[in-house]
Design a protein around this ligand. Structure first.
Ligand code: DX5
Ligand code: ZN
Length: 231
């Protein structure tokens, strides 16, 4: 589970982050919006830099901005461990990946709900993570778009076992199981964690449901799984 800060109470950020961190969350999802790529503005560099002093979590920045190249360095200096850019925003994704790597962070590429897997074919082997949007980016609290699940399944088979597959938007107690079963292994949840009176309890419940779904069948397809002997 990667709790998304977007749904936190911004007047109590330290406390909210400390709560999920103490409960075992390892990834904090940071939604950066510029009011251009998406019709909303969230938070940016100073907020992340302040939180960095208070948290040891893995800072996963989701850059919903038109010029990720321009702002990558200040986000890394602010303390991000990982940067995800949107494939829709760049003309030379290979150069973006190279630049992010030169800054010492891991790299993700994100696809909007209707952006096809083919759009990242040329660079997919070079990223650490693919982020499938299961809502249109810009706002928390939207309804899960189940039509993206076949894309998650295709990507799970396409990705190597070391590459993460993240899903973001509308993940809650009703949708987390199908997202995990389709093969997503980083599940972002904003409203369904910080939007609840007991964020830690809510996060643990989502984690339990996801694990149960994977155990119950389907689950992650191992692309390099050993073939039966005698094959
Ligand atoms: C939407 C963001 C999401 C958002 C998810 O643009 O990328 O990370 O926080 O919020 P929920 O979980 O409420 O759909
Ligand atoms: Zn996000």
């Amino acid at each position: 589970m990667a709790p998304s800060l977007l749904a936190a109470d911004f007047s109590r950020l330290e406390e909210q982050v400390a709560g999920v961190e103490a409960a075992g969350a390892e990834v904090l999802h940071l939604d950066v919006m510029d009011g251009h790529f998406v019709p909303n503005i969230s938070f940016g560099i100073p907020v992340i830099a302040s939180l960095r002093k208070r948290s040891r979590m893995f800072f996963d920045a989701h850059l919903m901005i038109v010029d990720p190249m321009r702002y990558a360095e200040p986000f890394v200096k602010a303390g991000c461990d990982h940067l995800t850019f949107h494939i829709e925003t760049v003309e030379a994704p290979d150069r973006v990946i190279e630049h992010f790597r030169s800054l010492g962070v891991s790299v993700g590429v994100s696809l909007n709900p209707t952006t096809p897997v083919e759009s990242i074919e040329a660079i997919v082997d070079n990223v650490d993570m693919v982020l499938v949007m299961s809502v249109w980016p810009g706002f928390g609290g939207q309804t899960f778009i189940a039509e993206v699940l076949p894309k998650v399944e295709i990507l799970r088979e396409r990705l190597a076992s070391h590459q993460r597959l993240e899903i973001d938007g509308g993940i809650d107690v009703d949708t987390v199981a199908e997202a995990a079963r389709a093969g997503a292994d980083v599940l972002v949840a904003g409203s369904a964690v910080f939007g609840k009176p007991d964020p830690v309890g809510a996060m643990k419940e989502l984690h339990r449901l996801a694990q149960e779904a994977v155990k119950a069948g389907g689950g992650r397809v191992e692309p390099h799984a050993a073939k039966p002997s005698g094959d």
